[in-house]
Design a protein around this ligand. Structure first.
Ligand SMILES: *[C@@H]1O[C@H](CO)[C@@H](O)[C@H](O)[C@H]1NC(C)=O
Length: 457
């Protein structure tokens, strides 16, 4: 069992847009970038931090950009296998916690497997009196969990003290017989287990071998200084392994009824919006009602593959005003999700090939550069200095997402910039580099996704 360090229990949830190291404007946090969490009549509002930004309360600044891309590959293979293979699990760690044999449970992870890397960070308060924690925000999973003391098996190094249930007058563990416990199978895709004292045990796993196992619990959720929800259901993690940065845990914003979104929805409305910031700016996350006037919308579609992820339909891509010549079926045959935690957008292979060649043609005056990790369309220069063609992603219903050059290219080192897209496996993913600085609204109540330029700060 590892020594656990102090942590702030902030929620850090946003998919991280990765910027090259040279984009970091300063290594210390500007005082202007203040934490801001509050609740008002339109909903709850959080500050969002880039996962590697200097103001992130649980920063992953030590990670190199090539590491980030490696993590991105793991996240995508986890999501893809979740959606395309028959569900099976090698073993259930939850039942191991139930039998109280920690040594049988602890599986050391290679430092590399994890989901926290590309995800944005925010803070929430939990318990009475409230303590505050930095959390990863994730649209790709539903259950919210954080590391809890006494950490029976393993906790990662978090930035601030662990949540201590015994110090909260409103903490309750959730019994095995409860509806919430039965709901874990759909929320986590893993069965629950039961402790000898009949407390429900959850297992949240992330396809890439990172996981959290612990006691299903309820306590008061606080946003800013306002209690936002009493009896908020979350996981009190006793065995948390993977690369979650220095965050205390994870906020699940997928659609399952145990997610933070679904639990707040009866009170605030079933919608959330965010603006994923660059490393040097601050973003926001709001849950609740929103003003639809500035957004363009495309349907959020149902998929037989999964009930909790956010599926959309692509219908085309334009480069410099010209639609890529690929048959419509190339888009419709590949299920597509929008995800806050995947950095690089993955396109159906034939679409990616066409995009890459259209961009290369438009940039033929720039010397090409070798591939960098999964990015294979690279040029000498920087994103800011390229006279790049306009790229527009078109969604079902005709909604057009007009990308800025910084959404399309990513500087991988001094002097090289690459197209921030790659070829998908069986699932296409709208990643967070593409979304960065746009306001994106997930209107789950009305099954539509909206986006608008200029959403951050
Ligand atoms: C609530 O707060 C948000 C974020 O600070 C703000 O944009 C919004 O206008 C506020 N809504 C109301 C009704 O005060």
């Amino acid at each position: 069992m590892r020594v656990v360090f102090f942590l702030l229990f902030s929620l850090l949830l946003l998919s991280g847009v990765v910027s090259p190291l040279r984009d970091i404007p300063h290594s210390s946090c500007s005082s202007k970038l203040h934490e801001h969490q509050h609740m008002n009549s339109s909903g709850v509002h959080f500050t969002l931090h880039h996962p590697r930004g200097p103001c992130s309360p649980a920063s992953l600044q030590e990670l190199s950009f090539s590491d980030v891309l490696q993590h991105d590959v793991l996240r995508v293979s986890g999501l893809t296998s979740r959606l395309t293979t028959t569900k099976h699990r090698h073993r259930h760690r939850a039942s191991s916690l139930a039998t109280n044999h920690p040594s049988l449970v602890s599986v050391p992870l290679t430092p590399g497997s994890s989901l926290g890397v590309g995800n944005y960070i925010t803070k929430i308060g939990l318990g009475t009196p409230a303590s505050y924690f930095s959390m990863v925000v994730d649209t790709g999973s539903s259950l919210t969990w954080l590391q809890c003391s006494p950490c029976r098996i393993s906790c990662h190094d978090q930035s601030g003290p662990l949540f201590d249930p015994s110090a909260s007058s409103t903490y309750h563990s959730v019994p095995c017989s409860s509806a919430e416990c039965s709901g874990l199978q759909s929320a986590t895709l893993n069965p629950s287990a039961c402790s000898s004292s009949h407390v429900c045990i959850y297992e949240a796993s992330y396809g890439d071998s990172s996981f959290s196992v612990g006691y299903l619990s309820k306590d008061t959720l606080t946003i800013g200084s306002s209690p936002a929800l009493s009896g908020f259901t979350y996981g009190c993690g006793q065995d948390n392994e993977g690369l979650f940065g220095h965050s205390a845990g994870l906020i699940g914003l997928a659609k399952d009824k145990l997610s933070l979104l679904s639990q707040l929805a009866p009170k605030l409305g079933n919608a959330f919006s965010y603006c994923l910031p660059t490393m040097s700016s601050t973003g926001s996350l709001s849950i609740g009602s929103y003003d639809p006037s500035h957004f363009v919308f495309t349907p959020l579609v149902k998929s037989s593959l999964d009930n909790s992820l956010y599926f959309v339909k692509l219908s085309g891509i334009k480069v410099g005003g010209k639609v890529l010549s690929v048959p419509a079926s190339t888009y419709s045959d590949t299920p597509t999700i929008i995800d806050s935690g995947t950095v690089i957008t993955r396109l159906p292979p034939d679409v990616y090939t066409e995009l890459s060649s259209a961009v290369s043609n438009a940039l033929s005056k720039y010397p090409s550069a070798p591939a960098y990790s999964l990015l294979d369309t690279c040029f000498k220069g920087s994103a800011a200095g390229l006279a790049a063609p306009e790229v527009v992603v078109v969604f079902e219903g005709g909604a057009e997402w007009n990308l800025a050059t910084r959404n399309v290219f990513i500087d991988v080192d001094d002097g090289t910039t690459c197209l921030a897209f790659a070829s998908a496996g069986r699932v296409a993913i709208i990643g967070n580099r593409l979304q960065q600085t746009f306001k994106v609204v997930y209107d789950v109540a009305n099954s539509k996704l909206g986006f608008a330029a200029g959403g951050c700060g």
